[in-house]
Design a protein around this ligand. Sequence first.
Ligand code: NI
Length: 136
Amino acid sequence: MADRLVRFGVAVPDSLLSEFDLFIQGNGLQNRSEAIRQLIRERLAREMWAHGEGTVFGTVTIMYDHHTKDATNALTSLQHDFGDVIICTTHVHVDHDHCLECIVMKGDAGTIKGFENALSSVRGIKTIDLSVSAIL
Ligand code: NI
């Protein structure tokens, strides 16, 4: 069932509202209400993430050199260790040396944070990019 929409007044300086309207236009958002709802959700999801609380969805994209000794084994073992929160993994063979993996997770923020930290210790990983979302 859809949440009831509540109207509330917000006072902001003229110049800030102009900047916000430019942001809305530039990002293809429909209107101020939609833009504000989206910003609130993103901020609250970040807050849940920061405190390691609540169920969040996370997507982590990693780029690694699969020639690095044990990188592939370490990544597979780690994903089995965190099997309870990992929904799926997509693997892309980028070029002769590099692999990209996109790992989708659902679980408590603390566990997902733990997975990200554990990834940081795997040799051969060049970049780790995590984004977090929540149902809000
Ligand atoms: Ni590959």
